[in-house]
Design a protein around this ligand. Structure first.
Ligand SMILES: NC(=O)CC[C@H](N)C(=O)O
Length: 406
């Protein structure tokens, strides 16, 4: 009596599997890792070969948001979720949703260097979708590889750490793997300088709280989150001399961004001078948090494989606004570097959050007696994509807009 439904289910599965591309027509692709391993599969997206830093993300959804996140610049992104592409890609500038910052996703195009998926969905279905993942990648000249064992790749990256890689496509797959010195290392470049706005611009100029944003490679949803809280948001280049204009602002915000924070000491040194004299609220996310920590006297270090995913648990060590000490929040993250936990913390600073998995510093804040009002969080409270159960943590963003009003 159960035979029919089971049969139907297995037929469905077989039917579904045929959409991943037929080997006879597929363009070959190989992912080489600098550590000597190679994974052969089929190419999709742009038919070109690239170098990058190979990282994995455990996010189950939001491949569109991850791939447009400027923090993924220079990286070959391995999705641990096997089926990627099934809800396609939306139009990125749909007027209704894109009103505030001009885009629906996290930036105007694909930022990662390449993508690695186990099982590419060529058929997609979603009410906002206008194209397939493969067509979108081709349009932005970004290659992908599918039909590889992403679990094996992820286990390697977890054990040996984030590894430089080469995604070879088409005829390049016949060439031997690159020599060690041929791999491109994005951490040697100032990626922030490449992506940051070149000229200041203002969103929602009539907003009641004026927030200056240092743009290290801002995710659009951070800007949206500030605008939605009523702020006028002036976006400045990452190394802008904020001290010259600070009297016109109620708060300063430092964004996320790609690459090694050590490339951004110019900004950290300028921030230190600002923090010594300016008593208005300062808040940073991810790269912004790392810059605040460096300015405060903490060391930033490179983690083995970083944290990339939507289910990173962080424990609040201090209460602030809606955040309660002792509570665990589930957060969205994308980072390779972190601030070193040290005891004692620099004078005038305290840890704010700590990661429950690896004890890395997830947030810092100035102490009440420091007379500063500065916060930084390693995770993404604005969480796009990410779980909605961090809604209370999102209120961290209000600290800066509310703080500015007081
Ligand atoms: N999302 C981010 O801002 C990442 C910060 C930094 N590039 C890192 O990898 O740690």
């Amino acid at each position: 009596m159960f035979a029919r439904p089971l049969l139907r289910a297995s037929r469905l599965y077989r039917g579904f599997a045929t959409h991943v591309g037929s080997p006879s027509t597929a363009v070959p692709a190989v992912l080489h890792l600098k550590t000597g391993q190679s994974f052969a599969g089929r190419a999709f997206g742009a038919p070109r070969s690239i170098y990058g830093e190979t990282v994995f993300s455990t996010s189950i959804t939001s491949y569109t948001e991850s791939m447009t996140d400027p923090s993924y610049r220079g990286q070959i992104l391995v999705f641990t979720t096997p089926l990627i592409g099934n809800y396609g890609v939306p139009h990125n500038t749909t007027p209704l949703n894109a009103r505030e910052v001009g885009v629906v996703l996290e930036s105007s195009g694909i930022q990662c260097a390449g993508v690695v998926v186990a099982d590419l969905a060529e058929k997609f279905s979603h009410y906002t979708a206008v194209e397939s993942l493969s067509a979108w990648c081709a349009r932005y000249n970004v290659p992908g590889i599918t039909g590889v064992d992403t679990r094996a790749i992820t286990r390697l990256l977890r054990d040996q750490g984030t590894t430089l890689g080469r995604l070879a496509v088409g005829d390049d797959t016949a060439a031997p793997p690159p020599a060690a010195h041929e791999y491109w290392d994005p951490s040697q470049e100032n990626l922030v300088d490449q992506i940051s706005t070149k000229a200041p611009y203002t969103l929602n100029p009539t907003g009641d709280v004026k927030i200056a944003v240092l743009d290290f490679g801002a995710k659009a949803n951070i800007l949206r989150a500030l605008v939605r809280r009523g702020a006028a948001v002036t976006v400045l280049p990452w190394d802008y001399d904020f001290a010259q204009v600070r009297d016109g602002f109620d708060g300063l915000f430092l964004t996320n961004g790609p690459g090694d924070p050590q490339q951004c000491w110019v900004a950290a040194n300028k921030l230190r001078a600002t923090m010594d004299e300016w008593r208005k609220p300062i808040f940073g996310i991810c790269m912004g948090h790392q810059i605040i920590g460096m300015a405060a006297g903490l060391d930033a270090y490179r983690m083995t494989f970083g944290n990339r995913g939507h289910n990173q648990p962080v424990l609040a060590l201090a209460s602030s606004g809606s955040i309660k000490a002792g509570r665990v929040y589930v957060t969205s993250q994308n980072h390779q570097y972190a601030l070193k936990l040290q005891d004692p913390f620099p004078e005038g600073w305290e840890p704010f959050f700590i990661n429950c998995n690896d004890s890395s510093v997830e947030g810092i804040k100035s102490t009440p007696d420091s007379r500063k009002r500065v916060w930084g969080v390693q995770f993404h409270p604005e969480s796009a994509g990410g779980p909605l159960d961090t809604i209370e943590v999102r209120a961290t963003l209000s600290i800066i807009s509310e703080g500015g009003k007081s």
